[in-house]
Write a protein that binds this ligand. Structure first.
Ligand code: CIR
Length: 256
């Protein structure tokens, strides 16, 4: 179960965030704020305490806090984002993380290693890390070494088609996993109960499990049905403004 969540308010600079889909248009700041309010409210309904950090205008992507760290029951690993414009975001998260973890529980990914939290998927005590355009081999090596110090295990999954590992595959507990695209046939995930996400709903693969409730993005009916059929209570949230920047539900929080 998660007790805490950290989020960061989007800034007006959100419109300058990194995107692979400029054809979706620039995010509308006011609407993004309203969607963020609803996100916080939904998390509170899931029974977690939400720490809300101020917007950082100098970092347009800084509301995507998931990429700045990986927080486990035993340790915190501060990332080193592969996107150069996002490097400072991890550094600016350290003081907040120190409110929850002692210095001897905090590890750091350092250059030339790069790692973004969106590439890390927790399955109990095991962590899958995506080798992606943002997380490199040295980042994976450092991450695995850090986790193993705390008795966690880790395996690397290479990916070609999407930004982050969790863009396309998400564990929602009870052996259930949402899988899309290149992850559907991956050996690594063959023992899970797979909820297959169709190509035209690929963005919907990014759902989050928070204390037996699954938060699902609005507009992905096959995904929503699959999650409901697996027995979960569902909260549906509109994330249209974050989708314009390749961001989804998981990206907007650190859950621990
Ligand atoms: C980026 O490209 O870094 C942001 N526009 C989106 C980050 C999404 N984060 C995530 O999937 N964890």
């Amino acid at each position: 179960m998660f007790k805490n969540v950290i989020v960061r308010r989007p800034g007006r600079s959100l419109a300058e965030g990194i995107t692979s889909a400029p054809e979706l248009g620039k995010p509308d700041y006011e609407l993004a704020l309203r969607q963020h309010d609803a996100y916080i409210k939904a998390l509170e309904e899931c029974g977690v305490k939400v720490t809300v950090l101020e917007a950082l205008e100098e970092y347009p992507d800084s509301c995507f806090v998931e990429d700045t760290a990986v927080l486990t029951k035993r340790c915190a690993i501060i990332s080193n984002p592969g996107a150069s414009t996002r490097r400072g975001e991890s550094v600016l998260m350290i003081d907040t993380i120190k409110k929850f973890y002692s210095d001897d529980q905090i590890e750091y990914i350092t250059s030339p290693g790069t790692m973004e939290g969106g590439d890390v998927m927790m399955v109990g005590n095991h962590f899958y890390i995506g080798l992606s355009a943002r997380t490199n081999e040295e980042g994976c090596r450092q991450f695995k070494e850090a986790l193993e110090k705390y008795g966690h295990t880790c395996s690397v999954v290479s990916l070609e088609e999407v930004l982050h590992l969790k863009t396309g595959v998400n564990y929602i507990e009870n052996n259930n996993m949402l899988v899309s695209g290149e992850f559907i046939e991956k050996e690594d995930f063959k023992s899970f109960n797979k909820i297959i996400v169709p190509e035209n709903e690929a963005y919907g693969a990014n759902c989050i499990w928070v204390n037996d409730i699954v938060i699902v993005p609005e507009g992905y009916p096959t995904v929503e049905k699959g999650v409901r059929d697996a027995g979960y209570k569902v909260i549906v949230l509109d994330t249209s403004e974050y989708k314009k920047l390749d961001g989804g539900l998981s990206c907007l929080s650190l859950r621990f």
